[in-house]
Design a protein around this ligand. Structure first.
Ligand code: FES
Length: 159
């Protein structure tokens, strides 16, 4: 069993009633809930994996795929939709070659669709790694993606 799983489960006294807290804490540590992690939690709490999936899939906060190094969230709320978030989503999808909920094959970028981010005056809005980008256009979206590619190639040159 991974140390992080053991520590968190022990902290909650192997109590199945603490399942959601356990899942949240492990996801905070690991970025997502892998199949292996779900198996280990099931063993430790003596409950079935399907019960854990049943609980975890009910909440949108839980991720089962490893997130990318960078995360782009695009708001799909009404104000952003009216201000043209769909064409921006198309730019993201065609450029990254992934659908929302996925990560690029190089592990660099994850794409997610989210509900209103509460800053509708800035619509259409995206979030890149927790930084809000408002009044996005197709050009500024392409620039954002180019800067991520540049950052990645600089990091690769350094390695
Ligand atoms: S609808 Fe996008 S921030 Fe509110």
């Amino acid at each position: 069993m991974k140390d992080v799983v053991r520590e968190i489960v022990n902290k909650h006294h192997n109590d199945p009633a603490s399942l959601i807290s356990i899942l949240q804490e492990i996801q905070t540590e690991e970025g997502h809930l892998s199949e292996e992690t779900i198996y280990e939690i099931a063993e430790a709490l003596d409950i079935s994996e399907s019960k854990i999936y049943g609980v975890a899939t009910f909440y949108t906060q839980f991720k089962f795929k490893k997130p990318g190094l960078h995360q782009i969230k695009i708001c799909q709320g009404t104000a952003c939709h009216v201000k043209g978030s769909n064409p921006l989503l198309d730019v993201l999808k065609s450029n990254l070659k992934i659908e929302p909920g996925d990560t690029t094959s190089d592990g660099n970028v994850s794409l997610e669709r989210v509900a209103c981010l509460g800053c509708c005056a800035l619509a259409p809005v995206m979030v890149l790694d927790d930084e809000i980008h408002g009044k996005m256009t197709q050009d500024s979206t392409s620039e954002m993606l180019s800067s991520l590619k540049e950052k990645k190639s600089k990091e690769e040159d350094r390695d």
